[in-house]
Design a protein around this ligand. Structure first.
Ligand code: SAH
Ligand code: SF4
Length: 392
């Protein structure tokens, strides 16, 4: 057998296994008590099929897409290009839903955290991080309620996986955040916009919920709706190697990789997924990632843990590992949470580390913690949702 083909087959088999396993955590199909279906989260073909099912032509799907994703409306009666009787018919069959904002907190630094409640009562957090100098900012979106992985420094990791978020719930977080800032209709082209980028860096591992995340990202990237370009979307993964390849081929959004350690023994301990996909495999997948170029670098995230991973030797090993990859290194001062087992590295240690990385030619910004006062910073998100909760 040709070895190259053998490896490709193995990887494909592994992907199929991951997709089958993760699909078991998908949300149930929702229908309202009076039998109406939510149009949010359907792709264009599904929307056309829904129209066909009520005897309407495909162009209605295109009209709806514009009202739902460009104008951001949730009420059929304001869709002025659709005649009144059809508006009523649509309202009899469908809704345009949003997750409920159960709690909204705004930090002293203007970061805003939303606790969204979904239809079965499960909850996830979303954070809007405004740029302090300009009229723009990033929406940090969750992909799962809880997480199957248990990175030692991460608050979400202490909450076991309850379920995946569906495409509607992933897109819905962004849309509800837009509602909160009154930023509809979707701004055109380079018009300043507050909610200008998406980072998939909230709760959960997006590549263990690939199908829903990919569907949601295709919706937000569609040019006739929210129309965020793939350059404005960053997917962060703790290193699910087989799915990194798939995401690169199909979505080609920016990639961020949670590296956090440069030796397998340490990474095995703090990012347990490393036991399955060790550092060398993760780095190899980054080298294969198609969107990586000088203009679109891969981000390596590196949480600074005092006395654990913050020495000059660690920094030098890091630059050896990533040599030749168009990359930047984002140094994240550890954000504590109740009961967390680590301390943040000293400023001296962080600066020393950043300098070594920078002198090797990689930009190495230190991420300013945002929203720490409301537990909205990286790695601080967690909800009370448990598997046995049924508040639906
Ligand atoms: N599951 C994905 C995305 C969510 S986490 C991932 O792990 O990449 C977003 C980033 O915050 C990751 O780099 C994660 O490792 C980091 N992070 C987690 N806990 C943190 C903490 N307490 N302080 C700082 N960063 C943390
Ligand atoms: Fe999950 Fe990411 Fe937290 Fe690890 S860092 S437990 S992968 S959310």
């Amino acid at each position: 057998m040709n070895t190259a083909v053998g490896i490709a087959d193995l990887t494909e088999a592994e992907r199929t296994r991951i997709l089958a396993k993760t699909a078991r955590f998908n949300p149930p199909e929702y229908v309202t008590a009076d039998g109406r279906r939510d149009l949010i989260g359907l792709d264009r073909d599904q929307l056309i099929a829904e129209m066909a099912a009520i005897g309407e032509k495909p162009f209605r799907a295109k009209q709806l897409w514009h009202w739902i994703y460009h104008q951001g409306v949730t009420d059929f009666s304001v869709m002025s290009s659709i005649a009144r009787p059809l508006q009523q018919k649509l309202a009899e069959h469908f809704i345009i839903g949003r997750p409920t904002a159960a709690v909204v907190q705004t930090s002293v630094d203007d970061t805003r955290k939303f606790l969204f409640r979904f239809r079965d009562g499960q909850e996830a957090e979303t954070v809007y991080i405004p740029d302090p100098e300009e009229d723009r900012g990033a929406v940090c979106i969750s992909s799962q309620v809880g997480c199957t992985l248990s990175c030692r420094f991460c608050h979400t990791g202490t909450q076991t996986l309850v379920r995946n978020l569906g495409a509607a719930e992933i897109v819905g977080q962004f849309m509800a955040a837009r509602d909160s800032y009154g930023e509809w209709p979707s701004p055109h082209g380079e018009t300043p916009r507050l909610l200008s980028t998406i980072v998939l860096m909230g709760m959960g591992e997006p590549l263990y919920n690939y199908e829903n995340v990919a569907k949601a990202m295709r919706i937000v990237m569609d040019g006739e709706g929210i129309a965020l370009s793939r350059r404005r979307i960053t997917l962060s993964t703790s290193g699910v190697v087989p799915m990194m390849d798939r995401a690169g081929q199909e979505l080609a959004v920016n990639l961020a990789v949670s590296l956090h350690a440069v030796r397998d023994d340490l990474r095995d301990e703090i990012v347990p997924l490393n036991r399955k996909y060790p550092i060398a495999e993760v780095i190899a997948a980054c080298r294969r990632y198609p969107a990586a170029s000088n203009a679109r670098r891969i981000t390596f995230e590196y949480v600074m843990l005092k006395g654990i991973n913050d020495t000059p030797e660690d920094a030098r090993e890091l630059i050896r590992l990533i040599a030749g990859i168009p990359a930047k290194v984002n140094l994240i001062p550890f954000n504590p949470w109740p009961g967390s087992p680590y301390e943040t590295s000293s400023n001296t240690a962080i600066d020393r580390f950043a300098k070594i990385v920078m002198e090797a030619g990689f930009s190495s910004p230190v991420r300013t913690p945002r929203g720490r006062d409301i537990l909205a910073a990286c790695g601080q998100l967690r909800t009370e949702s448990r598997k046995d909760i049924d508040r639906g």
